[in-house]
Design a protein around this ligand. Structure first.
Ligand SMILES: [Zn+2]
Length: 134
């Protein structure tokens, strides 16, 4: 899994498969918890799913974005300071917290070898950071 950042972008079928696995994992966990808490109230189940579901919803949000370009451009980017060609450095993850969702979102990252300035081109993450994602 150490090469995960290289595989940040996904096809729709890959994204769907990963989400199905995550949903199944949550089901197994919830089911196992319920077996040891057969007297659980609605509120206790609500609380369990609220906490566990946050990660699953985050996965959904992350996977949706990973079907896109994540801010990378085929034609490359130029440094705003010196105009030199910037080097693509992969897709480091950034943790974004919303009201119901906590997601690690990979974003394209470029660096200028001359200025050593790094840049994350704007994209859907910016919207999430400014709280525009419902
Ligand atoms: Zn530069």
């Amino acid at each position: 899994m150490s090469t995960r950042s290289e595989k940040a972008r996904l096809s729709p079928s890959q994204a769907s498969e990963i989400f199905s696995e995550a949903a199944q994992a949550l089901w197994v966990k919830f089911n196992a918890w319920y077996q040891t808490h057969p007297e659980a109230t609605f509120d206790e189940m609500d609380s369990f799913l609220g906490e566990e579901g946050r990660g699953l919803l985050g996965k959904a949000l992350q996977l949706i974005l990973r079907q896109g370009d994540l801010g990378s451009t085929p034609e490359g980017r130029h440094c705003e300071r010196c105009g030199g060609e910037m080097v693509f450095k992969g897709y480091p993850g950034k943790v974004v917290e919303g009201l119901r969702v906590e997601a690690e979102i990979p974003r394209a990252y470029y660096i200028c070898p001359r200025c050593e300035a790094g840049v994350f081109p704007p994209g859907p993450t910016s919207a999430a950071e400014s709280g525009e994602v419902e």
